[in-house]
Design a protein around this ligand. Structure first.
Ligand SMILES: [Zn+2]
Length: 410
């Protein structure tokens, strides 16, 4: 892939804070930026000058006049920076090219062979990413790097994935280093749910400012946590292991050995299994499910279509999953004091209304929540590509948003 960028990093924390404020609140004037960032107007002025020189923000018009001098408005400059995002799942990878404004310029889904070695998967994805990037004709000097959203668990500081349950036979795989070698670009990696939460924060602007819990459903279930605009990683980079929150046990054993983890009850494979158990093979045949171990992706699509048609058996098992989501979300929301829960990921497409309804009922039934504030439960603003877009935003966020990287690696 094209060699990495020569753009100067927006060095320092203040620049990142100002750019993030422009992205989140923009279009916004210099005068408004001072109270938003807690910086003096002189500092804001200097920082904005540097952001303009670097081509990362643009003067986008004037605020309505209130008598005095008209204020120039600032917006992020979409073509100021780009990143590639990769969402890695068993069976497929989704690749996107995203600009600084969060617009997806190109996207592709690459099928991956079952049981392939990590090196083979990385080579296929790197090649596809290179072709996709070439197609967009963006300025290569402004392509900052490649973000990877990987299934957990990960060793965050090392950049490794460690025995992910959905990739049979994988031990400790140095995925970040492998992508860096294959692409020649800077690589940022995070677990898929946390990457999705960062993407949601990055794209969502005012609607995703503050604190929220992002519940992510792909092949498995996870969560990303944003508290007071800061992404929570935890000591090992695995904060938000939502799938292992305990709910009422009903006979399914998790990869971790427990019988009451929410994950296996609400994952696509679990819900499909529940349909066979509760409604029988006749209902499964009516819906068009195969029940094959290697047909989960297809079966899950068929089941969601049946939900949209109003099939009673399909709706029943999805609603049961929704109730378990709700049980787990209630505990998480009580612990975190978030006023918003966001639901996203490729696997929730089409069933968000039922799942959101059940989570809403569960989390807002708590008296403490009712008295203090109602928790809003909403689908992702990004949609099904949230993992890949989130991965791309790891690069843009890591470079430009006031996050943990800025503080730990000044
Ligand atoms: Zn578990």
């Amino acid at each position: 892939m094209t060699q990495g960028t020569n753009l100067p990093r927006v060095g320092g924390y203040n620049q990142a804070v100002v750019l993030d404020a422009i992205r989140t609140a923009g279009p916004v004037s210099r005068v408004e930026l001072a109270p938003l960032t807690g910086l003096t107007s002189q500092t804001v002025s200097n920082v904005v000058r540097r952001l303009l020189d670097a081509g990362l923000v643009t003067e986008s018009g004037y605020a309505p006049s209130s008598g005095g001098k008209r204020r120039t408005l600032l917006s992020p400059r979409a073509e100021g920076a780009y990143a590639v995002g990769v969402q890695l799942d068993p069976g497929a990878a989704v690749i996107v090219v995203v600009d600084l404004a969060g617009e997806v310029l190109a996207d592709r889904r690459v099928k991956l062979p079952d049981g392939a070695a990590p090196a083979d998967l990385v080579a296929r994805i790197a090649g596809a990413a290179q072709r996709l990037t070439a197609r967009t004709r963006i300025d290569p000097a402004r392509l900052l790097g490649i973000g990877v959203a990987a299934p957990g668990p990960i060793d965050g500081p090392a950049g490794d994935v460690v025995s992910p349950p959905n990739f049979a036979g994988w031990g400790r795989v140095p995925l970040r280093e492998m992508f860096a070698t294959a692409t020649g670009m800077p690589v940022a990696m995070d677990n898929d749910a946390t990457a999705a939460a960062i993407g949601e924060r990055w794209i969502g602007g005012k609607d995703r400012a503050g604190s929220f819990l992002f519940i992510y459903l792909g092949t498995g279930v996870g969560a990303g946590i944003v508290l007071n605009n800061t992404v929570l990683h935890g000591d090992s980079g695995n904060a938000g292991e939502f799938g292992h929150i305990a709910v009422d046990a009903d006979g399914i054993t998790c990869d971790c050995g427990s019988t009451n983890c929410v994950g296996p009850y609400v994952s696509p494979a679990g819900v499909i299994g529940e349909l066979f158990t509760l409604h029988g093979a006749a209902a499964a045949a009516r819906i068009g499910l195969t029940g094959a171990a290697d047909g989960v992706h297809r079966d899950w699509k068929v089941l969601r279509q049946a939900v949209r048609r109003g099939d009673p058996a399909a709706c029943d098992v999805v609603r049961r999953a929704g109730r378990r989501f709700g049980q787990a979300a209630r505990g998480a929301a009580a612990l975190l004091d978030v006023s918003r829960i966001v639901l996203g990921g490729e696997a929730v497409r089409g069933i968000e209304p039922i799942i959101c309804e059940e989570i809403d009922a569960a989390v807002n039934a708590m008296s403490v929540a009712r008295v203090i504030r109602r928790i809003s439960v909403e689908p992702s603003v990004i949609g099904e590509a949230v993992g890949a877009v989130g991965a791309a935003s790891l690069i843009l966020h890591g470079n430009y948003a006031p996050g943990w990287r800025m503080l730990t690696k000044p």
